[in-house]
Write a protein of this length. Structure first.
Length: 255
């Protein structure tokens, strides 16, 4: 009886034996194609990101050299001092949400909890912008209190810098949301290219016009303007890339 069963098995056509392996082979080939496609996409994104970083570094260097050349060493020192305080306060006011949103938003989106993703975005935006506004107001108040100890140009520059603190926080959070929604290159362009490019353009136009005094206050005014445009561009890009399901979901703050 066993030999008869084995003989029947040996006489089975080869097509029936290989039929089950064909779907597995097709799935493997499809997986290889997807892996190659994802690899090419990652390579292209990495190359473009590197080009944006290189172009942004060159544009920043050019802008700083031009500003130092136009306003002089004293005014440039005031501008650099003010921008240092503005940048430090702006990034401290993000409260780390410019990093944590990159973790929570994709994680909640992957499991279909768009309500939690919307909740963490709203929570991060409100908390960071409130802290940035308070930091800017406190800084401006301190500048006014000790204004009799500082130069007029430094006082005006610091007041403008404190007004720019919420703007730096805003475009840092906005760029993080763009990255969380998959726009890697779109997140780099506003901060690396647009901000310093617009600053360079505004300062250059002011120098060509000859109607304004080229000092640290004027440069800080141009910096605040470029920061406002950068923040607006970052949030408009984030809104454009935001998934439709995330827009329709009510916010939830507990799993």
């Amino acid at each position: 009886m066993n030999s008869r069963v084995q003989g029947n098995r040996s006489r089975q056509p080869k097509s029936s034996l290989t039929a089950g392996a064909e779907p597995l082979a097709g799935a493997a080939q499809g997986g290889d194609k997807n892996a190659r496609r994802n690899g090419r996409t990652l390579a292209h994104a990495s190359i473009f990101a590197l080009l944006v970083y290189i172009g942004g570094a060159g544009l920043t260097s050019l802008a700083q050299l031009l500003i130092a050349r136009l306003v002089g060493t004293t005014s440039y020192g005031i501008y650099a001092y003010t921008m240092a305080w503005t940048t430090v306060l702006g990034y401290l006011s993000t409260l780390g949400f410019n990093v944590s949103l990159l973790r929570f938003v994709p994680a909640y989106s992957a499991v279909g909890r768009m309500d939690l993703a919307r909740g963490v975005i709203i929570f991060a935006l409100w908390r960071s912008l409130i802290v940035a506004s308070v930091a800017g107001l406190v800084g401006a108040l301190l500048v006014l209190i000790f204004s009799h100890h500082v130069d007029r140009e430094l006082e005006t520059s610091l007041l403008l810098g404190m007004a720019g603190v919420p703007l730096i926080t805003a475009y840092a959070i906005g760029a993080t949301l763009v990255r969380a929604f998959g726009g890697v290159i779109s997140a780099l362009l506003p901060e690396r290219i647009v901000r310093d490019g617009l600053l360079l353009t505004l300062v250059g136009l002011a120098a060509l016009a000859g109607s304004w005094t080229l000092d640290a206050s004027l440069v800080m005014m141009a910096a605040v303007t470029s920061s406002a445009v950068t923040a607006g561009l970052a949030f408009s890009t984030a809104i454009r890339l935001c998934p439709p399901t995330l827009r329709r979901q009510p916010a939830s703050y507990a799993a």
